[in-house]
Design a protein around this ligand. Sequence first.
Ligand SMILES: C[S@@+](CC[C@H](N)C(=O)[O-])C[C@H]1O[C@@H](n2cnc3c(N)ncnc32)[C@H](O)[C@@H]1O
Length: 364
Amino acid sequence: MNVKFERLGKFEQEKERNGGENGSADEKEKVEVLTQKYLAQYGGEIETHKRNELSKKGEQKSFVDEYYKVATDFYEYGWGESFHFAVLRKDETWLESMRRHEYYLALRLGLKPGDHVVDLGCGVGGPAMNIARFANCRVTGVTLNQYQVDRAQKIAERRNCADLCHVIRGDFMHTPFSSESIDHVYAIESTCHTVDKVSVFGEAFRILKPGGCFAGYEWVTTSKYDENNEEHVRTRIGIERGNGLPETVPAHVVKDALIKCGFELIDAYDTMENNEVPWWNPFLNNYSLTGLASSRLGRTIFGYIFQVLEFVGVVPKGTHDVHEFLSMGAENLIRGGEMGIYSVGYFFLARKPLRPVNETVKPA
Ligand SMILES: C[S@@+](CC[C@H](N)C(=O)[O-])C[C@H]1O[C@@H](n2cnc3c(N)ncnc32)[C@H](O)[C@@H]1O
């Protein structure tokens, strides 16, 4: 596995520049301050309804940004360049399942060579690069986080696909694309970062050419989720805190929002239901070299390693805290999966009608 930890790496480089002294106070503080800021305001005791209010006002963006400033290196190290889950089959490798999950979107969107496609909430661009190469189309990714933009640029250069894939910093609710200029749009496990689905789906609708499709995978609560069940609520909140999310919505909210925005809903179903291998499997014990970092055993080992590295000053303060809250999120995802109350792969496919809906249905 490719270990990067660029942010933490910067700390090491600074240390070298300072003739062996630990990184500058500024750099040393960064991870600690960012982590405390995130934990205090978002991952702390803040109530669900307050997080939702922030999300509706678009003010959760700074927390999401803080979250990815500290979490991106961990995601890349523990998961790879694509930050999503996948339907796992017994007879395929992890990488094969991740790619299949992405190519499935390309297939359902009907991507063609030369299409201009937008990826809303693209992470470090892993899926955008894979999809661009698969369909020979041009993909522009949008992410809130500048660190992810920088990582994406380096990855695209290394993978020799900077001509097909480009990542920009921006808010997926207000993108810089002109109206009706984009062939197709997709969003993989990113719009769960807002409760305001209508604003983000509405933006996808605005930039799509008529006839263009919008597809994605959403994090949702399932029909088994019971708001009056304390364990269900505790688990959902644990998932949200560990993953920088506002309240997770039930699947019907996603469908309703698409329709409200004017989309024609083509398909919507939970890809994670009744699979050969449960979607939370990568978080359980995994003794393969590639799966170790995300597994329970790996997380325990890395917890100790980060404590020691932080103590001797090799990684900045706060690194262990980041690791801990990400692990807490993972444990709650396992619990949510085992209870059947949570899904990380609610698939949807919707089309922007060739003409606005109110023009297509003319009174007799
Ligand atoms: C779990 S990651 C998924 C990344 C990517 N889709 C993948 O599968 O690798 C969620 C992404 O959503 C992005 N995101 C969250 N809120 C956003 C917003 N308001 N505007 C743009 N990007 C956003 C984050 O910056 C992050 O890149």
